[in-house]
Write a protein that binds this ligand. Structure first.
Ligand code: PLP
Length: 396
């Protein structure tokens, strides 16, 4: 039987059995409205509050600072637009971000630009990192917000979040981080790391799709995201998605337990894959090797089309990605790979493999055995590879 290897965990993850069983009751039996006064409703309300405590504990926050939302994109939108609209009244209409954020941040900033806000897009270096000094230099008296992702979804690079947090706190500027790829993979403590707002999403940590969190530090009051009933302390109205919230609460407990041990194992598999694939002629690793998520592998193979590579891997039972999940389906080269200086040609031939603690050594072996012959075959049919070999196409 063909081996199936799911190596696209940065795109989404499978719901775990523990999460599913934690949710099951709330999907079927525990259908009471959490706002209702009778026991069936109150029970659902308590389940939400338990999940809130689990999320708060995992992030080092207080339960009252945790707001359940529909997804990571929603959390990003609320943090950024909410801050912008709140602080514009005080004359603060400047936002600092980076060029390689997720589109949930970049497109939100672009929308604010149309409203007259000014956005500074900090460039990332060729390894996919920014420095706290870049942030310090960009802060102005009218800066409302610094929003910088914790870990990049394509190349897995981890930014110096505690240092950035420190600078923002010293300068009195609110700091939001999109931690959708980091939660459950990197130890996070919002107090120690001086994070004012943090976005996360359930479906990256074996909880269902359609549930996320925005952490908002006590003392910060953003405009309501959805006006209506009193849910989420009146800030995000709408009858709660009880089962998914319970699932997220259980998922974050599991994801954050034994993190160092899990990461050590995942890192060893990641390094084995990176070392093996870098043996392929002209392969290059995208993103810093050290400041990198334990499960992220992103390698470019010049002379290869990413889409053809993904389809060939699919035939071998391997699910991977050639860019971010949100941009697959479009042939535009990834903005992240362009931001770290890759040419369009090289960016097109990139492969993201995202593994996690569900990945086995046998899965790793299958990836290592499958990729090199596929690259060789695709290059043997590629006019671009021929040009590269003849020196007619010089790659950046
Ligand atoms: N931010 C990052 C870094 C992501 O990787 C993603 C999803 O891939 C999102 C935001 C959006 O999260 P969601 O799919 O929950 O809206």
């Amino acid at each position: 039987m063909k081996r199936f290897v799911y190596a696209d965990n940065a795109a989404t993850t499978q719901i775990s059995d523990e999460v599913f069983s934690a949710m099951e009751y709330w999907l079927k039996e525990g259908y009471g409205n959490p706002s209702s006064i009778y026991a069936k409703g109150r029970d659902a309300g308590h389940a939400i509050e338990d999940a809130r405590k689990s999320v708060a504990a995992a992030l080092g926050a207080q339960p009252a600072e945790i707001f359940f939302v529909g997804c990571g994109s929603e959390a990003d939108n609320w943090a950024i637009k909410g801050t912008a609209h709140k602080l514009a009244a005080k004359g603060k209409k400047h936002i600092i971000t980076t060029t390689f954020e997720h589109h949930a941040v970049l497109h939100t900033c672009a929308a604010l630009e149309k409203e007259g806000f000014e956005i500074t897009y900090l460039p990332v270096d060729e390894k996919g990192l920014i420095t706290a000094q870049q942030v310090a230099d960009a802060i102005r008296p009218d800066t409302a917000l610094v929003t910088i992702m914790y870990a990049n979804n394509e190349i897995g690079t981890i930014q110096p979040i505690p240092e950035i947090g420190k600078i923002c706190r010293e300068k009195g500027v609110w700091f939001h981080t999109d931690a959708v790829q980091a939660v459950g993979n990197v130890p996070i403590n919002v107090v120690e790391q001086k994070i004012d707002m943090l976005s996360m999403s359930g479906h990256k940590i074996h909880a269902p799709k359609g549930v996320g969190v925005l952490y908002i530090k006590k003392g910060i009051v953003l405009p309501n995201l959805i006006d209506g009933g009193g849910q989420e302390r009146g800030r995000r109205a709408g009858t709660e998605n009880v089962a998914s919230i319970v699932g997220l609460g259980r998922a974050i407990e599991i994801a954050c337990s034994n993190l160092p041990e899990k990461n050590e194992r995942v890192r060893a598999m990641r390094d084995r894959i990176i070392d093996a694939l870098l043996e392929i002629p002209m392969a290059r690793l995208n993103g810093d090797r050290e400041h990198r998520l334990a499960g992220n592998i992103n390698i470019s193979f010049p002379g290869v089309e990413g889409e053809a590579l993904l389809l060939s891997l699919d035939l071998q039972g391997i699910c991977a990605s050639s860019g971010s999940a949100c941009t697959s389906g479009s042939l535009d080269p990834s903005h992240v790979l362009l931001a770290i200086g890759l040419s369009h040609e090289v960016a097109h031939g990139s492969l993201r493999i995202s593994i996690n603690d569900w990945t086995t050594d046998e899965d790793t072996d299958h990836i290592i055995a499958s990729v090199p012959p596929i690259i060789e075959k695709l290059r043997s049919m590629s006019p671009m590879w021929e040009h590269i070999m003849k020196g007619e196409l010089v790659l950046a």
